[in-house]
Design a protein around this ligand. Structure first.
Ligand code: ZN
Ligand code: FE
Length: 255
C-alpha cells in the first residue's frame, strides 16, 4: 500500500492510502488536491475517514462523495457532513479490505476519533487528526487537559513502529518548543536537524512514528522528571500529571 500526504491549504496534510487502484483519504479539507491525485494515479476513491468536525478536515467531503461515491466515516459525537457512518471507541471498519480500529481521543474537540490501520506485512498506521502532532499536540478547544492526556497516553501505547500521520506540518514549531522544555534532549536536536533538511527541500517531515514521538514530544513526556521540572520552573504548583500537562499546554499556547 502507498501512503501519501497530500498538502492542502497552508500546512494541512490529507493522507491518502492506495493500492494502485483503490484509495482512501483522511480529513479532506479540500476536494481539489484529492481529485487531482485520484486522476493522476488512475485511482477510485472508496472511503473518506474523518477525525473531527473542523472545516480544514471536512470541507472537501461533500464534493468528493458526490464525485466518487466514496463511503464517509466520522465521529459519532460531532456535527458532520451527512450522510456518513458514525463511529465510536472500539468500532472496526474495513475500507480497502484493511482493518481499522477506532479510538475516541477527546481533547482538541469533544468527539475527536483516531484510526489505527493494520496492513498485512507493513507497520501499522495511525491517523490522529489534530490530537497528536510531531513534537506537539492539538489545542484544547473543547476538551479538558485530563481528557487530552488520556487520549495521548492511549496513542503513545501503540507499537513503536506505528506510522504517526497527523493532519498538520507543525513539526519544526513543535521541535522549537520541545527544545525550550528539554534543552538537553539529544533526540530533539537530532530530529530538528533532520526536519530542517526535509523542510528545506519542501518535503514532509511525516509520517513520524510512535517510537520517535516518545523520545521527542514533550506532551508524551510529562511523566518524566526533565519535563515536569521545566514546567514547575514556570508553574510551581503543577505536581500531579494532569496539572503538569495542563501547564505545559498553556506554556505552548503562549510560546
Ligand atoms: Zn482541528
Ligand atoms: Fe486542523
Amino acid at each position: 500500500m502507498k501512503l501519501i500526504p497530500i498538502p492542502a491549504f497552508d500546512d494541512n496534510y490529507i493522507w491518502m492510502l492506495h493500492d494502485g487502484r483503490r484509495a482512501l483519504v483522511v480529513d479532506p479539507g479540500d476536494a481539489n488536491p484529492v481529485l487531482a491525485a485520484l486522476q493522476q494515479g488512475g485511482l477510485a476513491l472508496e472511503a473518506i475517514l474523518v477525525t473531527h468536525h473542523h472545516g480544514d478536515h471536512t470541507g472537501g467531503v461533500d464534493t468528493l462523495r458526490q464525485n466518487t461515491g466514496a463511503l464517509v466515516y466520522g465521529p459519532a459525537g460531532e456535527r458532520m457532513p451527512e450522510p456518513l457512518q458514525r463511529l465510536g471507541d472500539g468500532d472496526v471498519i474495513r475500507p480497502l479490505g484493511l482493518r481499522f480500529e477506532v479510538l475516541l481521543v477527546p481533547g482538541h474537540t469533544a468527539g475527536h476519533i483516531a484510526y489505527v490501520g493494520h496492513i498485512p506485512d507493513e507497520d501499522p498506521v495511525l491517523f490522529c487528526g489534530d490530537t497528536m502532532f510531531s513534537a506537539g499536540c492539538g489545542r484544547l478547544f473543547e476538551g479538558t487537559p485530563a481528557q487530552m492526556l488520556t487520549s495521548l497516553t492511549r496513542l503513545a501505547a501503540l507499537p513503536d513502529a506505528t506510522r504517526m500521520c497527523c493532519a498538520h506540518e507543525y513539526t519544526l514549531d513543535g521541535l522549537c518548543f520541545a527544545r525550550a522544555v528539554e534543552p538537553d534532549n539529544a533526540a530533539v536536536q537530532a530530529y530538528t536537524d533532520r526536519a530542517h533538511a526535509l523542510r528545506d527541500q519542501e518535503l514532509p517531515t511525516l509520517p513520524s512514528s510512535i517510537g520517535l514521538e516518545k523520545t521527542v514530544n514533550p506532551f508524551l513526556r510529562t511523566h518524566l522528571p526533565s519535563v515536569a521540572h521545566a514546567v514547575r520552573q514556570r508553574s510551581p504548583n503543577a505536581h500531579d500529571p494532569v496539572s503538569v500537562f495542563a501547564a505545559l499546554r498553556t506554556w505552548k499556547d503562549q510560546f
